[in-house]
Design a protein around this ligand. Sequence first.
Ligand SMILES: [Zn+2]
Length: 94
Amino acid sequence: MADKNKKRNNRNKDYDDDYNPKLKKIKKKVCPLCSDKNLVLDFKNADQLKKFINDKGKILPRRTTGACAKHQRDITLAVKRARHIAILPYAAKD
Ligand SMILES: [Zn+2]
């Protein structure tokens, strides 16, 4: 049975062992705040924070923004402060 499976797997294998099409498409994300040391997150700067929310006004997850854990917390806090002073919406009207 094991031999049979091995044979089946080898049939369509015209590429090398390390090649994985799923992994090839993944581009390593770099934290936007770590990469740019001069960038300071400001809750009064709506244009800056709009990069971290979607069209519904939700805060984007780390897997989308690529922010590190520390900076994601800062982003979240800044967005929430901006919502409180009515710079950003809590929920965008659709
Ligand atoms: Zn960071």
